[in-house]
Design a protein around this ligand. Structure first.
Ligand SMILES: N[C@@H](CCC(=O)NCCCC(=O)O)C(=O)O
Length: 259
């Protein structure tokens, strides 16, 4: 069976005075090393994508983090400057891609902004500047140029017993990193909360009744793939789900031949 392909929706970034389609290399590296798949960046377009044409060609969707925020108009709120920075092309690509992948039973792993997009795509809402909520921690990216420090593992989350995530990383306390100012406010009806921080922040979800692996995490497992066991286990489980999906698309004769 050919190596499966995973779609990664890109961001619009301005680099050296030009506009780029971009995603941080850590997601590509984790897809290759952690999930054993071929990553395929999907350009962020405000219009023009045929999402079934894209999804016909892939076996999974990996939705990355980004410092930009989902535009509040996607969850019924007016936007203020404080809600930015925005990336409307990413929103217009990622949100429908998530929705259609779930409808088609294509495995999905959503990380940080990706979890927030998963929640919005299924009808949930987001809260902004959550560190300003009394009793909340500061979940924001540490102010440092050293990425190993910025993505340093520094926070406990509690994974609930009997969840999809618990079957992958184990139930109970898991130490993770944290680089976000937003979080789930109203959880979408089709999402099950699978992990929370000790301040109550939703840290992981799964899609209730999904046809395939469909998990979102607020932290960044991609960064420590290769050295952190929960990160490795999460990407390994995603890779296995992607391979199962890819195999299910093979004609039965091919499936029998490959055993
Ligand atoms: N913008 C959202 C999502 C945060 C996120 O995905 N962070 C990863 C990128 C970190 C960075 O490069 O700044 C939020 O803030 O909640």
């Amino acid at each position: 069976m050919p190596k499966p392909v995973v779609a990664i929706p890109a961001d619009i970034r301005e680099i050296e005075g030009n506009v780029w389609q971009a995603t941080p290399n850590q997601y590509v590296r984790a897809a290759v090393k952690g999930a054993g798949v071929i990553p395929l960046l999907v350009p962020a377009l405000e219009a023009g994508h045929d999402f079934d044409e894209i999804l016909d060609r892939v076996d999974g969707v990996l939705v990355s983090g980004s410092r930009t925020n989902v535009h509040p108009s996607n969850y019924g709120l007016e936007a203020t400057e404080a809600d930015g920075p925005f990336d409307p092309a990413r929103d217009a690509t990622s949100l429908p891609l998530i929705t259609r992948a779930l409808e088609r039973g294509i495995p999905l792993l959503a990380i940080c902004r990706g979890l927030q997009e998963l929640n919005v795509a299924l009808g949930g809402t987001l809260a902004n500047e959550i560190q300003e909520i009394p009793g909340n921690w500061d979940h924001r990216k540490p102010d440092t140029a050293d990425l190993d420090v910025a993505y340093g593992i520094r926070q406990d989350v509690i994974v609930k017993e009997g969840t999809c995530l618990a079957s992958v990383v184990g139930a109970g306390t898991v130490r993770v990193n944290s680089l976000h100012r937003q979080a789930i406010s109203a959880t979408a009806p089709r999402l099950a909360v699978e992990a929370v921080a000790e301040d109550g922040t939703v840290e992981a979800v799964s899609v209730i009744g999904s046809k395939a692996f469909a998990v979102g995490v607020q932290w960044h497992p991609e960064y420590w793939v290769g050295s952190d066991e929960p990160s490795n286990n999460l990407f390994k489980a995603f890779g296995e789900a992607v391979r199962d999906y890819a195999a299910s698309k093979q004609p039965s004769t091919k499936r029998q031949a490959s055993g």
